[in-house]
Design a protein around this ligand. Sequence first.
Ligand SMILES: [Fe+2]
Ligand SMILES: [Fe+2]
Length: 267
Amino acid sequence: MRFGFIGDIVGKPGRALVKEYLPRLKEEYGLDFVIANGENVSHGFGINRKNAKELLNNGVDLLTGGNHSWDKKEIIEYMDEMPILRPLNYPLGVPGSGIGYLKSEKGTLAVINLMGHYAMPQSQNVFVEILQALENLEPNDGVFIDFHAEATSEKQMLLHLLKGKVSAIVGTHTHVGTDDLQIYQKTGYLTDIGLTGCRDGVLGMAVQSPLKRALTGISYPLEIPKECKEIFQMVVFELEEKECIDAFKIKIYDKDSVFTTKAWHEL
Ligand SMILES: [Fe+2]
Ligand SMILES: [Fe+2]
């Protein structure tokens, strides 16, 4: 089984990059599924139904979320009927689900969306919740986790809690990719995949407002740049009998600079 994961897709530039590259890459690399974090899809904050459908029509099979899952309130009522997850460890009773299953003739992939604690909304203990959730999963041929967290330490702790027990863990939320793609005791791991969208602003947003805020302390509305330098980032995992046997990351800068990085193996 082979699948791709795209991190925080930021605004219209991010959606346009998915449309431009994903259908071709999905075929070229023989991906059974593509999962993408959708918390910043609609003008940088949340995801509306129209934009979710657009991504699902362009090759994304399942959308994950994070602290911005709820910014476009209209999506809440569609969370149960559309393939959209929100972090599992939100308090009991919050709408939506943190676990989804993708099925093909190659098998079933369980996808779990988690959220960290540092600088994040109130939630249940993520480390306790995931251990319980893993015991109650439906039969599957692999488990993938999108860990939406600010702190790199929390992400590394999750790796050490779950190494050898899940197929792959990738961090999202910081919008800045880290350089540590590896296969650690049969678990594919990357601390943060980084955004897909504009690479020359601040976390995918235009630089003017954050800079004015930095200089004055006064906040201004964040905007998606009308024009920008682009980055598309996807990590690909290959599983065999639930274990990660290969992983690589594809980065595309603007139209024609494509970089592929292989994971290192840690026994
Ligand atoms: Fe984000
Ligand atoms: Fe986030």
